[in-house]
Design a protein around this ligand. Sequence first.
Ligand code: TXA
Ligand code: MG
Length: 335
Amino acid sequence: MKIINDIDLYKDELIYEINNDNLVIFPTETVYGIGANALSREAVEKIFKVKTRARNNPLIVHLKDKSEIEKYAVIKSDVERKLIDNFMPGPITIILEKKDIIPDCVTASLNTVGIRVPSNEIAHHFLEIVDLPIAAPSANISSRPSGTKVSDIKLEFDNLVNFIIDGGESKIGLESTVVKVINDIPMILRPGYITKEMIEKVIGVCNVSDHVLKEVDINSHVESPGMLYKHYSPNTKCLLVYSKDINTLKKIIKDNITNKTIILGSDKLKDLDCYKYINYGNDLENISHNIFSKLRECDKYNADLIIIEGVDKVGLGLAIMNRLIRTANFNYIEK
Ligand code: TXA
Ligand code: MG
């Protein structure tokens, strides 16, 4: 695997890789993506294979500019257009009716496609250079924490992908907000940096899917298939805990701690007696930025439990809790 910084130096190689149905890992403002030509079935097939991703979990298509959207999807309402005008480029994915040019394997045979226009300059430049729509899920083996750091990603994909474009640590650290407009009302299927409150400011209303914080029955119909799967998890077992009251929080932890427990949380918990304490940041933006690489770090210590401090489920906190609840496989105590 070649780790490259200056993509202009490798322009011809990158174009070659994408045109020959190979995968390229690239940075975005949210997390790293593992990308392939969205118009090629063979290329898209490689993404599913390398990630060991369920075939019924659709991929997001990344475009260099929002002016390209109507080549691949239909913008059917003013609400969709307003979301595009206000939030793209940026950390949002909008689910639109797909055009036939997008192969069914990209969308898991749904008649919709997730469209994203990243704001990260390197991502933008990469999309410009290859000049194709790029299907890209997060750069991690399925069920693992998303890749936000080149060193983490290299360990997982070293012999599977030829090129990784190094853009440093992902700024946001959590994947894009996924939104679908239903009966003229935006519905958040996956929360992210673009919050319900930010969308309400522009559109007036915004719903959040019930599945965001709930376990989803594998046989049920869901708007966002990604919610069905075990996700964002280190190998060590996790317990997520939350209380607004610090004493209650500490009590829950003391009641559940083992001899080999890692506590992953803010400074509030640093004085607790435990096998290992790891700080994940002290405000929502820092926690979001750090969380996936800290979860991976936890696997290094041979612990038998990670107790993760939860956050209030508002603003960016909703996105953090959506991920952490799945990290802990719904092993969650709130008092
Ligand atoms: O920030 C991001 O979105 C990153 C970067 C690389 O862009 N990508 C990412 O992709 O997180 P992935 O594949 O890990 O997550 C895509 C999510 C899944 O939950 C999937 O089910 C949902 O988007 N999705 C994709 N297409 C959809 C569709 N047509 N309808 C409903 N949900 C869709
Ligand atoms: Mg993912």
